[in-house]
Design a protein around this ligand. Structure first.
Ligand code: MG
Length: 158
């Protein structure tokens, strides 16, 4: 069996837009602040997608879903992640698991952790785990200017 690993990173800044939903891991949070981005700006889904694409050697989500393409404006990132998993499988790789670390103070990750993991895992059709880490006051993340996420994925081929 061949095994490959991929790493993904994403970051999106907060904006004050009461009409824009805050979406993380496919879950909509009740929040006065949202993340700016061309799609729904779901940093967790994006980091997971980039980890899978990297593992399969298929580039990154910027190549697959360019932010200059109006098709992806406001896109549901869970759908993009499911499409990434399809492309990984089409290339002959089976997603093993994805593990993500999201760094932010807001919103609190723990109450939504199980639901996020369920939505992400359903999209990938493989286990996705999410860990919340606080930025401990350091830098832009510590000042609450945005949310960052790192993810690692494993894919296998018989
Ligand atoms: Mg992104």
């Amino acid at each position: 069996m061949r095994v490959r690993v991929g790493q993904g990173f994403d970051v999106h800044p907060f904006i004050d837009d009461p009409d824009r939903p805050l979406v993380l891991g496919g879950v909509v949070f009740d929040s006065p602040r949202a993340l700016a981005g061309h799609s729904d700006a779901d940093v967790i889904a994006h980091a997971c997608a980039d980890a899978l694409l990297g593992a399969a050697g298929l580039g990154d989500i910027g190549m697959l879903f360019p932010d200059t393409d109006p098709r992806w404006s406001g896109a549901n990132s869970i759908d993009l992640l499911a499409e990434v998993a399809r492309r990984v499988r089409s290339a002959g790789w089976e997603p093993g698991n994805v593990d993500a670390s999201v760094v932010t103070d807001h919103p609190k990750m723990a109450p939504a952790r199980v639901q996020m993991q369920e939505r992400l895992s359903a999209a990938v059709e493989a286990p996705v785990s999410v860990k919340g880490r606080r930025p401990e006051g350091l830098g832009a993340l510590g000042r609450g200017e945005g949310v960052a996420c790192w993810a690692v994925a494993v894919v296998t081929r018989p």
